[in-house]
Design a protein around this ligand. Structure first.
Ligand code: AMP
Length: 274
């Protein structure tokens, strides 16, 4: 595995490559969720590139940019063992210049749910993903369904800008109790980790209701909010179609149920696809 820290070194390393490139962009503090993306990329491509970059432009004022877990040594080992070919760990200066040209999230889909609660977050996310996709020259790029709205917006960006890369959605990886893995889980105390399970429990409750024939979104949401009482604060519960339009009735095969809630320090998100 080669570790590259500059754009120039990445371009040079890519010149040696033949065949397909699979790319997994991350913000590091790698866990099994990231690893599952890397493993899928490994199975499906000749070369695997992983990036670790805590992107400042997607953090809002007052968010956890400085506190965000950074584990360069452990991340390097994980990538090495997983058979990654190129690990790209750039500095902020390598990625950005002052007064940049920017692309922005779409006016409606980019400013609901996560985009409403974190205005500007998706602009920064799309900006860095555009850069990273261009830098990687990937044939396929792997993103988790855990960040469902992010995944939808990246897919839209690739479509709108005619980018020549296939976006591969990957399943959410959970711990043995059902908690969706996240680098931010590192902030949770043991007691909070227990309470954080209410997110996946609420989603499970919703999916059971659907299986039992309950399709009314308001009824399902009300039940979910009961389960979510264990959280410190619920930011939203949403039931949308796959293009993030709000639904009145669940549509099997075209629905995503999402939740965002605060438990202790971190703000957690989770979802299921129905
Ligand atoms: P992050 O480092 O949080 O920016 O995440 C990098 C990628 O890993 C994104 O595509 C995430 O959606 C994905 N990811 C994070 N957590 C999980 C998880 N528990 N299961 C599957 N994918 C995940």
């Amino acid at each position: 595995m080669v570790i590259v820290r500059t754009v120039e070194a990445l371009q040079k390393a890519k010149k040696e490559l033949n065949g397909s490139i699979g790319f997994v962009p991350t913000m590091g503090a790698l866990h099994q969720g990231h690893l599952s993306l890397i493993q899928q990329a490994r199975r499906e491509n000749d070369t695997v590139i992983v990036s670790v970059f805590v992107n400042p432009t997607q953090f809002l004022e007052g968010e956890d940019l400085d506190a965000y877990p950074r584990r360069e040594e452990a991340d390097t080992k994980i990538c090495e063992v997983a058979g990654v070919d190129i690990l790209f760990m750039p500095t902020i200066e390598q990625m950005y210049e002052k007064d940049e040209l920017c692309i922005g999230a779409p006016a409606i889909r980019g400013y609901i749910l996560e985009g409403e609660k974190r205005p500007g977050h998706f602009d920064g996310m799309l900006q860095v993903v555009m850069k990273l996709l261009n830098l990687s020259s990937a044939d396929r790029a792997y993103f988790g369904k855990k960040d469902a709205q992010q995944l939808a917006l990246i897919t839209q960006m690739v479509r709108n800008y005619f980018m020549d890369v296939e976006i591969i959605p990957c399943e959410i990886v959970r711990d043995e109790n059902g908690l969706a893995l996240s680098s931010r889980n590192a902030y949770l105390s043991a007691e909070e980790k227990e309470r954080a399970l209410c997110l996946s429990r609420a989603l499970k409750r919703a999916s059971k209701m659907v299986m039992a024939g309950e399709f009314d979104v308001d009824v399902i949401k009300a039940q979910m909010l009961e389960v979510l009482q264990e959280a410190d604060r619920v930011e939203y519960v949403a039931i949308v179609d796959r293009s993030f339009k709000a639904l009145k009735k669940v549509e099997i095969g075209n629905t995503i149920i999402l939740v965002a809630a605060w438990v202790g320090k971190p703000r957690l998100i989770d979802n299921i696809w129905i």
